[in-house]
Design a binder for this molecule. Structure first.
Ligand SMILES: *[C@@H]1O[C@H](CO)[C@@H](O)[C@H](O)[C@H]1NC(C)=O
Ligand SMILES: *[C@@H]1O[C@H](CO)[C@@H](O)[C@H](O)[C@H]1NC(C)=O
Ligand SMILES: *[C@@H]1O[C@H](CO)[C@@H](O)[C@H](O)[C@H]1NC(C)=O
Ligand SMILES: *[C@@H]1O[C@H](CO)[C@@H](O)[C@H](O)[C@H]1NC(C)=O
Ligand SMILES: *[C@@H]1O[C@H](CO)[C@@H](O)[C@H](O)[C@H]1NC(C)=O
Ligand SMILES: *[C@@H]1O[C@H](CO)[C@@H](O)[C@H](O)[C@H]1NC(C)=O
Length: 879
């Protein structure tokens, strides 16, 4: 025992790299309420809500109406404290820092009863110099101030003019003045999320002690030199030199697979020093670039950086380097006023397909690595290549972006400002500058991030006058807008990163907004930049209601999450569409009515007299309607990529709102809280497919466009079938051979007047038939089987009650569901309740007697469990 200890100590002393010691302060802390009536242990990283829940002092905050009942938690001022010993001789170290990777949010920090600083921005990293103050035995305390009270105080102190909106709409049951605090904006409530303004130490915290010299951070950007046709690496390292003399040494950068190794000498003067290195990548080795999912590999290269400094000091770091270029192309288009708005990756124009990301939980400590991976893998499995990290949430953790790099998900990264005007006084701006500089430096080495964007919808809020600002005051607010997003955020971003584009807002008119003084009179202009589009009232089956814009970065429709998800946070009395609970969880005014209104346009509403059955059927129907609406809209954007019609088109992006849910409630999401796929997500897998036939009608003529995201032309056969609702045998089928799907284009493949189509197939009316179509080559299916309804389904003639049976058999790690139906069945939905996993397809139109579907479990399960949980629903089941 003693021998081993001696050996260990010897090892520590011997190593020249023992230039720094760290002590993690993660783990158990004590948490105390403002007046001391509550005291409990709590984990760091974590928050007060989670600590109370873990101690069973509160229920699951998401249960029923608890968001209202637990409001007191965020209105109190909590204290976090901890005693700790330093397990090494602290007096031997020249400099000691206390480092917080994230504090949520407003605190006074005390070490050994001495105030060492304050925090007021959850998106910043804080480092406090505690040299001389820290001893062998220490106490640390963070005095939190209620974020709600703080925001109200700041708003009140802003005496010269109001910065709207003061409060969220009542239906959101949220807190006010969130724009005055640098904290996750949706934590004060959103139209899809609850109000849980958390308090806590939400990221890592540690003590760091060092001598001579310390590497604070290092970051890098790969840059392609067009003229020399070679890659360079710009590496930035930051040092704190505490020795009184300069420190000399060498830095050796190596990327073995690229046969690149370079040595630079450095000399570091005392103080905080930044070292910039420029490394040329060996031109004789072909660099494989990083590609988005669906366009190539996500090749990366290992890099090591070794700093060998005076006195045997040696610091080694490693990182993964990915090489890719990104350009945002805004240039004139023939036949259209305005400018294009699209991305080229490695010189290749890419249509951005995907969705918008919101925080995966109100309590970040509940978000596991497994959950992040599951959600991001689900995005890729649905053929997405892009997620927009939306500006009302958080800058996600490193792991999120590492996964995006690995999976080939492009990220449109907003800065965290959303749906509000913001103050621009010096204190606020200084805090934001520190936040932006830190985030850019933390994130810029990720190839997944392809654009920075200043905020979400704030240009629109200002210029479309959402808050009823008097005309004579507008210039004040425009000044503040330009001060914050242009003179500060943009400036700090460009100083830290010139390798990707920056836009001030989303939606924006891009270059046109800049030309109009950074704010356009109509940021929703279809001829410039991106748009957000929502219309719940018009008929979503009519593609003519959608804007033929350059880029749609937000659009969508609501639905309810499945019963198995709701069941976990509700009780029997809540299980109806009209219950107090159903109204409570709906944070979008009239949302529940809008869903039924949209449903009623084409579907019969559920008719069961059994209340639970009726609730479940309504949930199913809202998912059907959402899936069908977003399908129609997305297919419209994808088929608009190559054409200009009356000056509009060249659409190059479709990111629907929203990918994931923050809790169990109705929302625009395609993934439920916890990750279960809604019908929309299965539909996305089809409507984002690399090769897709899109059907639509214009003035009684039926058209099929072929959309290709591939990098080479592709010869295909198009098969068009007409089915009667009353028969499992197609009425007619026609192949069109030797069609060419051109690289990155949407081309017309087929047209036929609907009356002719119906006549050709015989015994058909719009009400009695449905069209299906797919692409193939040499008998191999190349696209999803798509379909086109010729009439509303509430008017369908011949549709029979389908009796669908399933035989489940295990197959490797998956399960095959062999389905058999007695009749044509629209929107066949397989639901295995809470068993985690997803099907290979779901929500489909079953026109054939049999079909096999594969279930991919996310956790071990069995044939028996699946059979017991399985519920099959198709449209006629709800009539
Ligand atoms: C302490 O604060 C809690 C929460 O604000 C309150 O309910 C309680 O009455 C207070 N207790 C005392 C002794 O003031
Ligand atoms: C919390 O702190 C603020 C500011 O220090 C104070 O005004 C408020 O009364 C405190 N609230 C509670 C519940 O102690
Ligand atoms: C901490 O400091 C305060 C005021 O500075 C003092 O009143 C208090 O006694 C000190 N507490 C301890 C434990 O030293
Ligand atoms: C992608 O990686 C695979 C396997 O390593 C390789 O066979 C293929 O050539 C790569 N594709 C491209 C486009 O580099
Ligand atoms: C690259 O680095 C990772 C992590 O350090 C390591 O697991 C992997 O084996 C390395 N790859 C190569 C090709 O050296
Ligand atoms: C459905 O089909 C199965 C198998 O063919 C049969 O056993 C069952 O009775 C049918 N159910 C109904 C309601 O017709």
């Amino acid at each position: 025992m003693r021998l081993r200890l001696l050996l260990l100590l010897a090892l520590c002393w011997a190593g020249p790299s023992a230039a720094a010691r760290t002590l993690s302060l993660r783990g158990r802390w004590r948490i105390r309420s403002g007046n001391g009536s509550l005291e409990l242990p709590g984990d760091v990283p974590g928050c007060v809500h989670s600590a109370l829940f873990q101690r069973r002092l509160i229920q699951d905050p998401y249960y029923r109406f608890n968001d209202l009942d637990y409001r007191w938690i965020s209105l109190d001022n909590w204290t976090y404290s901890k005693e700790f010993r330093i397990p090494f001789d602290i007096s031997k170290w020249q400099k000691v820092n206390l480092i917080f990777e994230g504090v949520d949010t407003v605190t006074k920090v005390l070490l050994n009863n001495v105030t060492i600083g304050k925090t007021d921005n959850m998106f910043r990293r804080y480092s406090f110099d505690v040299t001389g103050l820290v001893g062998d035995v220490n106490s640390i305390e963070l005095h939190f101030q209620s974020p709600v009270l703080y925001a109200a105080q700041r708003s009140k102190a802003h005496t010269c003019y109001q910065v709207p909106p003061s409060c969220p709409p009542l239906v959101q049951k949220g807190e006010c003045h969130v724009n005055f605090i640098r904290k996750e904006q949706c934590s004060f409530s959103w139209d899809w999320g609850p109000s849980f303004p958390t308090q806590g130490i939400w990221k890592d915290v540690r003590i760091e002690a060092y001598n001579i010299c310390h590497l604070n951070y290092f970051t890098f950007s790969p840059i392609y030199d067009n003229r020399a046709q070679e890659w360079n690496l710009e590496i930035e390292s930051s040092f704190d030199v505490v020795s009184s003399k300069p420190v000399y040494g060498q830095v050796i950068v190596a990327l073995p697979k690229l046969q690149t190794q370079q040595t630079h000498s450095i000399d570091l003067q005392p103080g905080e020093r930044i070292v910039e290195l420029f490394v040329k990548i060996n031109k004789n080795i072909a660099v494989e670039t990083w590609w988005p999912h669906g366009h190539g590999n996500q090749t990366g290269y290992n890099m090591t950086i070794l700093f060998k400094l005076d006195g045997g000091l040696s610091i080694e770091k490693s990182a993964k380097v990915y090489f890719r270029t990104v350009e945002l192309i805004e240039e004139p288009i023939k036949g259209s006023p305005g400018l294009s708005f699209y991305f080229k990756i490695n010189g290749f124009p890419i249509f951005l397909k995907g969705s918008n990301w919101i925080p995966a939980d109100s309590f970040q400590d509940r978000v596991t690595s497994d959950l992040l991976r599951l959600l991001l893998q689900s995005a890729v499995d649905a053929n997405m290549n892009t997620l927009r990290v939306w500006g009302g949430g958080i800058y996600e953790r490193d792991e999120f972006y590492e996964l995006c790099d690995e999976l080939g998900i492009m990220v449109w990264q907003d800065f965290m400002f959303a749906c509000a005007l913001y103050p621009a006084d010096q204190g606020f701006v200084d805090s934001v500058r520190a936040e932006v500089a830190y985030q850019v430096r933390r994130l810029k080495s990720h190839p997944s991030i392809i654009i920075w964007s200043g905020n979400n919808e704030n240009e629109a809020a200002l210029m479309m006058n959402w808050y009823g600002i008097h005309f004579s005051d507008l210039h004040t607010y425009i000044n503040d807008y330009v001060t914050l997003y242009v003179k500060n955020i943009r400036e700090v971003v460009l100083a830290g990163d010139k390798t990707r584009p920056f836009v001030t807002s989303s939606p924006t008119n891009g270059a046109e907004s800049v030309a109009e003084g950074w704010v356009s009179h109509n940021p929703y202009d279809k001829h410039f930049g991106d748009i957000h589009f929502y219309d719940y009232v018009s008929d979503c089956w009519n593609w003519k209601i959608f804007p033929k814009a350059r880029f749609a970065s937000e659009y969508g429709y609501q639905s309810w999450p499945s019963f198995s998800t709701l069941e976990k946070v509700s009780s029997e009395e809540d299980w109806s569409y009209e219950s107090k609970f159903s109204l409570h969880r709906q944070h979008h005014a009239h949302g529940n009515d809008e869903m039924l209104l949209q449903a009623g346009l084409h579907f019969k509403l559920p008719q069961s007299t059994d209340p639970l059955r009726s609730f479940k059927d309504t949930i199913y129907l809202t998912q059907v309607v959402q899936a069908q609406c977003v399908k129609t809209e997305t297919e419209f954007y994808r088929r608009s990529r190559s054409e200009i019609v009356t000056g509009e088109g060249h659409t190059m992006g479709a990111l629907y709102w929203q990918l994931n849910d923050i809790w169990q409630a109705p929302s625009w999401a395609s993934l439920e809280y916890g990750g279960k796929w809604k019908m929309l997500h299965y539909f996305a897998r089809h409507f984002f497919a690399p090769l897709l036939p899109v059907g639509f009608e214009n003035q009684d003529v039926f058209f099929i466009y072929g959309v290709s995201d591939l990098h080479s032309d592709c010869k295909v056969t198009l098969t068009v079938r007409v089915h009667a609702w009353s028969s499992l045998e197609p009425l007619c089928s026609r192949d069109t051979k030797h069609l060419v799907m051109k690289v990155g284009e949407a081309v017309l493949l087929y047209r036929e007047p609907v009356p002719k189509l119906l006549e050709r197939c015989g015994r058909c009316t719009r009400q009695s038939c449905v069209v299906s179509f797919h692409l193939s080559a040499a008998g191999r299916l190349l696209s999803p089987t798509n379909y086109h309804f010729l009439s509303s389904l509430k008017e369908a003639v011949g549709l029979q009650k389908a009796n669908i049976t399933a035989v489940v058999s295990p197959h490797g790690g998956t399960f095959v569901f062999d389905l058999e139906t007695s009749a044509v069945a629209p929107f066949v939905w397989l639901d295995v309740g809470s068993i985690p996993g997803r099907f290979s397809d779901n929500g489909f139109l079953m026109t054939e007697k049999t079909r096999a579907v594969v279930f991919h479990p996310w956790k071990p399960t069995s044939k028996r469990e699946l059979e017991q949980s399985l519920q099959v629903t198709s449209l006629t089941d709800i009539y």
